[in-house]
Ligand binder design. Structure first.
Ligand code: BES
Ligand code: MN
Ligand code: ZN
Length: 510
């Protein structure tokens, strides 16, 4: 689908449909819409006066005009109260309208951006969220469906029409950049939605190579012998029960220059989490095909960043393995050893994510990182604590955590901090090894983060637990049931907004 931008008078466009957004309880039609309203014989103002359309968020009405030389249908969509506008509401309204256009199989819709600023949100930001709403809402996972020919009709060209010429260039560049990010989100959703038997560690490694080839990013993957040489005790042991070979993916965008920071992003790539010998119950086990959503978010972020080309040095580390209960599988009671010499008592083989992330966090050290961010579907406890709209965040550096929080708010992939105080670290001490891989009944998200914290050295680090946000159970205005692609927009935003981290703030704080 092409998204184009055009300057012009909406009333002169004889298209199949034009989308117009309106605030709630507006009695009088905005003056910018007067010409269109007049051309249609006052139909919009009549609707508003008679309250047939009230403008509640995501409310829609399709008005046929059937006149020549004007749009053939008007699709009104509500933005909610003007005083309560947020960019996510714009994203939702754009998504809602787009879904209707898709259902009706219109091929060349138009969307009118009739203002140059929406309640303090600049026209560029409005454009960004609209484009996200359009592309993300159209995403549908059809890889395993036998589609009939008529199901395949799609929107050809989505045109944004603006009424001021001087904003055109800005809007065009916003469209281009947003399209890159939104398409990266869809790429991530696709691989998260795939079956565990298809999206294997080898598959992810090949995807990473594909991205690298297209964009000039460096990519290497480590196999078992390389991992053995390095002493990657986590991934080697977690993969023992599986017949799929583990892979450790290393991506590198931009090499370190004297004056740019190095950011390492790490994604949990458990391509199927059965729990291992500590087998999970059958109910909802299918969802554990998506236990590589962190890995997929890192790959998607690389796709976006390598096209947007910011100046930061970005490294991606993605440990990939299945967690299966084979005959050689890791057992509860086993003690494993890491490259740093640290030993871990395994109490539950289902706490496998932290085991493989630990290898990646240790590996990150060689890049002398200015910041390390890991993203993982790590704990059910995070879903219990924060639900499904918010990711958990823990870390050792206030400045980094602030930046992650702000990036999350900006793109509406919001995070909320949980504490990582010293007392919690006590909960993972082991009587027979250095630490253990579970921390008891309480504060499961925090003790999992403490486990990771044990492998963090003197660099700023933030951990994102996306166990609640990697999927939605039912359709929302711009996310269909299934993978959300969470993390791609957040990490991309963080990296695009990155400014050199002041040295004084790099101190480690538990
Ligand atoms: N991948 C799961 C966590 C998870 C659960 C993600 C539900 C998304 C939805 C993780 O590997 C796991 O099994 N965690 C255990 C840890 C426990 C054994 C300490 C959990 O949360 O139950
Ligand atoms: Mn698990
Ligand atoms: Zn897992």
């Amino acid at each position: 689908m092409r998204i184009s931008v055009k300057f012009g008078a909406a009333e002169k466009e004889s298209v199949e449909v034009i989308v117009i957004s309106l605030f709630e309880n507006v009695r009088k039609i905005p003056s910018e819409l007067d010409p269109l309203n007049k051309a249609l014989g006052g139909v919009i103002s009549n609707l508003l006066q008679n309250k047939d359309f009230t403008g509640k968020l995501n409310e829609t009405i399709m008005i046929p005009t059937y006149k020549k030389s004007v749009p053939k249908r008007i699709l009104l969509v509500g933005l909610g109260k003007a005083t309560e506008l947020s960019s996510d509401k714009i994203r939702q309204a754009a998504g809602t309208a787009t879904r209707i256009i898709q259902e009706k199989k219109f091929k060349n819709p138009l969307m009118l951006l009739h203002k140059t600023e929406y309640k303090g949100i600049s026209i560029e930001d409005v454009t960004r969220t609209v484009v996200e709403g359009v592309i993300l809402s159209l995403y549908n996972f059809t890889m395993y469906k036998t589609l009939k020919k008529e199901d395949k009709t799609a929107i050809n060209n989505f045109t944004l029409i603006v009424q001021k010429k001087d904003v055109l260039a800005k809007i065009k560049s916003a469209v281009k950049n947003t399209q890159i990010v939104a398409e990266a989100v869809c790429f991530t959703r696709d691989i998260v939605n795939m079956s565990g038997s298809d999206a294997t560690p080898t598959f992810l490694a090949n995807k990473a190579k594909e991205i690298a080839k297209k964009t000039g990013v460096k990519c290497r993957t480590l196999s078992r012998p390389d991992m053995k040489k390095l002493g990657m005790g986590g991934i080697l042991n977690v993969s023992r029960g599986s017949s799929q070979p583990p892979k450790f993916i290393i991506l590198e965008y931009n090499t370190k220059k004297r004056n740019n920071d190095t950011i390492v992003i790490i994604g949990k790539g458990v391509t199927f989490d059965s729990g291992g010998i500590s087998l999970k119950p059958g109910k909802d086990m299918d969802l554990m095909k998506a236990d590589m959503a962190g890995a997929a978010a890192v790959l998607g972020t690389f796709k976006a960043i390598s096209n947007l080309k910011p100046s930061t040095h970005l490294v991606g580390l993605v440990p990939c393995t299945e967690n299966m209960p084979g005959g050689s599988a890791l057992k509860p009671g086993d003690i494993i050893k890491y490259m740093s010499g640290k030993t871990v008592e395994i109490l539950n083989t289902d706490a496998e994510g932290r085991l493989i992330l630990a290898d990646a966090i240790s590996y990150a050290k060689r890049y002398k990182p200015d910041a390390v961010i890991d993203i993982a579907t790590l704990t059910g406890a995070c879903v219990a604590a924060l639900g499904t709209f918010t990711s958990g965040m823990l870390g050792n550096n206030d400045e980094l955590k602030d930046r992650v929080k702000q990036a999350g708010e900006k793109c509406h992939e919001r995070v909320w901090e949980l504490p990582l105080w010293d007392e919690y670290y006590e909960l993972i001490k082991s009587s027979i090894a250095d630490i253990k891989n579970t921390g008891g009944q309480y504060a499961g998200t925090i003790t999992a983060a403490c486990f990771l914290g044990e492998f963090v050295e003197n660099f700023p680090w933030a951990h994102l637990d996306i166990a609640g946000t990697f999927l939605v159970e039912k359709d929302t205005p711009y996310i269909r049931k299934g993978a959300t692609g969470v993390g791609v927009r957040l990490l991309t935003q963080l990296i695009l907004d990155w400014k050199k981290l002041p040295d004084a703030r790099k101190k480690r704080k538990k």
